[in-house]
Design a protein around this ligand. Structure first.
Ligand code: MN
Ligand code: MN
Length: 465
């Protein structure tokens, strides 16, 4: 099974420029949208520009939904479903591109702020599968919200704009790290040592005789009050995410790759979204489903386990005047899904974790994982051969570069995606996505040509009848 390098399909000139231009759009998106909330916000703006209507507006007025209509649902600002209604009845099924928009990071705790030796710090709790030692001594930014008691929500985005300060987590100097370096990797940097240093100037005290207690912390609170109009208690109802500071960058002399934070899984979410924007009056209803919380098990109201997607389909059937429990079940069961999530790219530094014939490689296009799982495919969706055959057929017809892969050697490890959750409805589901190097590290790498093949592949999938 020799796969030729997908770059060869895009010779220098116009063809290659298209690949590079799309990658540049993506690079900018990735630099700007570092949280699930920021992704939803950006996608809603782009969707409205492309003629999508908020389903809640249609529900309020009882406006019927018909073929060719474009609707979206923003679920709690952290998950998003977009539909381009097909000419075929919804109960014949949908073509669904599903991806997740949360990424591994450090979340600020609810009672985070403290002072130690006249330094102010914020305590964090890591989110998702991170190698903790990778998060120290890096410039970090804080993105998120404070939700206040009066119902207002204050946005925070500091560390990424030009001139912004950054934050960080310290690590021991080698001179004093002899004991630390003897520890195993998982203990090298422990979760409770991931505290973010945020300030060191004490609050000015004009009555010189009495020394202010926790004056540095007080000074930080004063700054936060001026900037965000919040009190210390407002951390109780905040969602603040600590993410790597700085833009995604072109990578390599030939600029063939992008280094950025959160490729997993925005490198699949972005082409999925754009493929859906390009659909006009399809035969089968096209859906782009972007969910939160995949990195912690797809739990919670905004994760894939939530009923929000099923409920949205029910609402659409209702606006079409054809809702019944059975119609809903059929619409779900007859659907086809690309569970779009990243694959582990073959790493020449670590050849031993990949079985070479079944690895994913940079430059070989969109990756299909028939199954994921661990310890004998446990927890895996394991797509149907017949479904994979249909997909191979359409990709070959359109000359789209694709490859198939497993996540590492048998018994090397494993992982999961949202695939199995949608498969519970009896849908056809397969995992597919872009290979990523250094997955879950603060800065991950992808190949621009794989991103472009993903866009082509997702467009082809949405055309499937
Ligand atoms: Mn993922
Ligand atoms: Mn992941």
């Amino acid at each position: 099974m020799e796969h030729k390098n997908a770059w060869e399909n895009y010779p220098e000139g116009e063809a290659r420029q298209k690949v590079m231009d799309f990658a540049e759009d993506y690079r900018r998106f990735l630099s700007k949208c570092k949280t699930e909330r920021e992704c939803v916000q950006e996608f809603v703006v782009l969707a409205e520009q492309a003629g999508f209507t908020d389903l809640n507006e249609l529900l309020a007025k009882g406006t019927p939904v018909k073929a060719g209509d474009k609707v979206y649902v923003n679920h709690m600002g952290k998950a998003l479903a977009l539909f381009v209604i097909g000419t075929q009845e919804l109960e014949k099924g949908m073509n669904i591109l599903g991806a997740h928009i949360d990424s591994p990071r450090l979340d600020i705790k609810q009672v985070p702020l403290y002072e130690d030796t006249e330094l102010a710090l914020l305590d964090t709790h890591y989110y998702g599968g991170v190698k903790k030692y990778q998060w120290v001594t890096l410039p970090l930014a804080i993105h998120g919200v404070f939700a206040k008691k009066d119902g207002t929500v204050v946005n925070v985005n500091i560390g990424d704009k030009p001139g912004d300060p950054v934050f960080g987590i310290s690590d021991l100097l080698p001179h004093l790290a002899a004991e630390q370096m003897e520890k195993k990797g998982s203990k090298l940097i422990e979760g409770e040592r991931l505290d973010l240093l945020i300030g060191s100037i004490p609050m000015q005290n004009d009555e010189k005789d009495e020394k202010e207690k926790e004056a540095v912390k007080k000074n930080i609170l004063k700054i936060l009050k001026e900037a965000y109009h919040i009190e210390e208690e407002d951390f109780l109802s905040a969602e603040l995410e600590v993410v790597p500071a700085g833009e995604a960058r072109d990578y390599g002399f030939d600029r063939s790759m992008i280094m950025g934070y959160g490729h997993d899984d925005r490198v699949c979410a972005y082409p999925s979204f754009l493929a859906t924007l390009q659909v006009q009056k399809p035969e089968k209803t096209s859906v782009c489903l972007l969910v939160d919380k995949e990195e912690i098990g797809s739990v919670g109201a905004t994760g894939m386990h939530s009923r929000f997607f099923e409920d949205t389909v029910a609402e659409i059937l209702n606006l079409q005047g054809v809702f019944s429990e059975l119609a809903l079940r059929r619409a779900m069961r007859n659907s086809c899904v690309l569970s779009s999530d990243v694959s582990a790219a073959y790493d020449p530094n670590y050849p031993e974790v990949t079985e070479k014939r079944n690895g994913a490689y940079f430059g070989k296009g969109l990756v299909f994982n028939k199954y994921t799982g661990a310890r004998g495919k446990s927890g895996s969706n394991d797509a149907n051969a017949e479904y994979m055959a249909r997909i191979r057929n359409i990709l070959d017809e359109r000359k789209i570069a694709f490859q198939t892969a497993e996540l590492g050697k048998v018994d090397q490890g494993g992982g999961g995606t949202i695939a199995y959750i949608l498969a519970n409805y009896g849908m056809q589901v397969i995992d597919s996505g872009v290979p990523v190097l250094s997955m879950h590290a603060p800065w991950e790498i992808i190949s621009k040509v794989d991103l472009y093949e993903a866009l082509q592949g997702y467009e082809a999938f949405l055309d499937m009848v």
